[in-house]
Design a binder for this molecule. Structure first.
Ligand code: GTP
Ligand code: MG
Length: 451
């Protein structure tokens, strides 16, 4: 999907949230006050983005609940854990899983009814959906059931022509109910398996027009009753959704004009207030500009993509405090073995670099130099360690010249590489031991562990 256009929409909210996230995630220790302050800032950012007040309150309460627990504050990377909590909350407010259209099998007739306020994008979206369904191998029929606006039928016929989809119309009809009835039987006779009904727009959800839509819905008996809502209208899109849902029981929402510079509030409030999923977003005027709505992606987008998302992923792999403490104790006693070292390779692979895993260990940040972590050499190192016996991994000093030769052979490396690894490992251990004896370092570690 067009990530850049979505970015425009949520830019301001995203800037704020990612700033907060970054300032917290850099810290090795955070207090309950840090969390409440950050949540307060997020609350303001959400309100400013026009998110429904009730939704904001819910969001704030749940985030505080999750983030002020021991598990977060006492974890090794509390800032990262916090970012992950905010991210997961956002995903859940946006609707968790992607929700696709729920249609009948291709041998049966499915019906999609599109409704919404005037100018929200119903007609355009009907054509976009028809194009999409056609690409999926369906045989769609567009139905011009907007008899209110004079040019509405022509508009749909033009759009249908552009994508090669038939449009059912009856210029003489006075009641959309009769158009829909005829269209359904026309579709049955001519093997169209998806009927898309474009209904008349209304200025507001007034009772006369609501009555009409209720009657249309009754004859159409749709599989999908989709509200087409303009995301630029923010809060009022949510109110409109509520009104339509009460009248006709929506199955989902399509948020249009997601490419415009809106504040993002509608997307964040809709699911939470109406309980109806956002199924698609309109991201432009072209008929290809319709994207499935992925809560996960939008949440990442709101949090500022790139670095924050990787932080979230890292947080899932972060070593626990117990593990860090055990490692710490081993380092102090110079009991850190090649076995422990090997153990880190799997983590490193998930996290990207040895440097980043070292940074997870309290006090290690900035103390390991580039040359100590030749990452290209990691593959060799792993192969070498794997060729050792368990005893050798636990005590590398027992590895004499004949064994070095065997290990080199077994790992497909050279004696030179084996020697290099053993020398480097010895150096690392000495450094760790020296470091852990340093009083200043100890104080730093204790504060980072919250002790
Ligand atoms: N930028 C952008 N424009 C859109 C999007 N969807 C629709 N539009 C534009 O919004 C305007 C109104 O779209 P229509 O499809 O005619 O809206 P409608 O709900 O059918 O309008 P009425 O039938 O008058 O109630 C058109 O200019 C569309 O091109 C979108 O996702 N992004
Ligand atoms: Mg229209």
């Amino acid at each position: 999907m067009s990530v850049t256009t979505t970015g425009i929409m949520l830019e301001r909210l995203s800037d704020k949230l990612s700033h907060i996230a970054r300032s917290l995630s850099g810290r090795a220790a955070i207090s309950e006050k840090n969390v409440t302050d950050a949540v307060e800032e997020i609350k303001l950012a959400l309100l400013e983005a026009d998110v429904n007040v009730r939704v904001v309150r819910r969001f704030v309460n749940r985030t505080l609940e999750d983030a002020t627990g021991e598990a977060v504050l006492k974890s090794v990377a509390p800032g990262q854990q916090f970012v992950k909590i905010v991210h997961d909350r956002l995903v859940s407010f946006l609707g968790d899983e992607r929700q696709d259209l729920v249609l009948k099998g291709p041998d049966t007739q499915s019906v999609i009814l599109l409704l919404g306020l005037q100018g929200s994008g119903k007609t355009t979206t009907a054509a976009k959906l028809a194009k999409r369904l056609q690409a999926e191998g369906r045989r769609p029929l567009l139905v011009a059931a907007d008899l209110v606006r004079p040019a509405a039928i022509d508009q749909l016929v033009t759009l249908g022509g552009q994508i090669g989809v038939d449009v059912f119309r009856d210029p003489a009809a006075k009641d959309p109910v009769s158009v829909v009835k005829q269209a359904l039987s026309h579709a049955r006779k001519n093997q169209f398996n998806v009927v898309l009904i474009d209904s008349a727009g209304r200025m507001q959800a007034d009772s006369a027009l609501m009555d009409e839509i209720v009657r249309v819905r009754k004859v159409a008996d749709p599989d999908e009753t989709l509200l087409v809502a303009d995301s630029m209208t923010g809060q009022s899109a949510v109110d409109v959704a509520k009104a339509f849902d009460e009248a006709v029981d929506l199955s989902g929402v399509i948020l249009t004009k997601f490419d415009s510079d809106t504040r993002g509030g509608a997307a964040l409030s809709l699911k939470s207030i109406t309980g109806k999923p956002i199924k698609f977003i309109g991201v432009g005027e072209k008929l290809t500009d319709l994207d499935p709505f992925y809560p996960e992606r939008i949440a990442s987008r709101i949090l500022g993509m790139g670095d924050v998302v990787s932080l979230v992923e890292k947080a899932q792999e972060t070593i626990t405090q117990d593990e860090a403490e055990a490692l710490q104790a081993k380092m102090a006693k110079a009991a850190f073995t090649l076995e422990d070292y090997l153990d880190q390779f799997t983590r490193v692979r998930k996290m990207g670099s040895l440097e980043s895993i070292m940074e997870m260990i309290p006090g290690m940040k900035g103390r390991i130099s580039e040359e100590d972590i030749d990452e290209a050499g990691m593959k060799y190192e792993e192969a070498i360690i794997l060729s050792m016996t368990v005893q050798e991994r636990r005590n590398h000093r027992i590895i004499g010249p004949p064994r070095r030769k065997r290990i080199a052979h077994g790992s497909g490396t050279s004696v030179h590489e084996v020697n290099k690894l053993l020398k480097k490992f010895e150096k690392m251990r000495l450094m760790m031991k020296k470091m852990t004896k340093n009083k200043k370092y100890q104080a730093q570690v204790m504060s980072q562990l919250g002790g």
